[in-house]
Design a protein around this ligand. Structure first.
Ligand code: ZN
Length: 103
């Protein structure tokens, strides 16, 4: 999905799949600009990007919304460290919740 904040476009990708141990994993890739590749969640486009992985505890019920939130939080931690990017993170979250298919 595409997020727009203050005239800048970000691409956000999620994939939800079971790993070799049967645990659900949500991967999140976030990068600036529109995407030029097909499977960006696994082969990310762009040089500078954030990546986040959320693994569902086997005792918990898998939930895409929760996987999305946790993995995006982790992707943002690498893409926009809290100390320098408070405002940008706020904008990305609000853009995400506006169009998230899981919310
Ligand atoms: Zn992409």
């Amino acid at each position: 999905m595409l997020l727009e904040t203050n005239g800048t476009v970000y691409s956000l990708h999620f994939s939800h799949e079971k790993n070799g141990q049967g645990q659900w994993e949500t991967r999140c890739v976030l990068h600036e600009g529109k995407c030029r590749v097909k499977d960006c969640a696994h082969n990310p486009d762009g040089a500078f990007r954030g990546f986040g992985l959320a693994r569902c505890n086997p005792v918990d019920q898998f939930n895409k919304a929760r996987g999305g939130t946790v993995s995006l939080t982790r992707a943002l931690n690498t893409f926009t460290p809290v100390a320098n990017h408070r405002e940008l993170r706020k904008q990305i979250w609000s853009a995400y919740f506006k169009i998230s298919p899981y919310a």
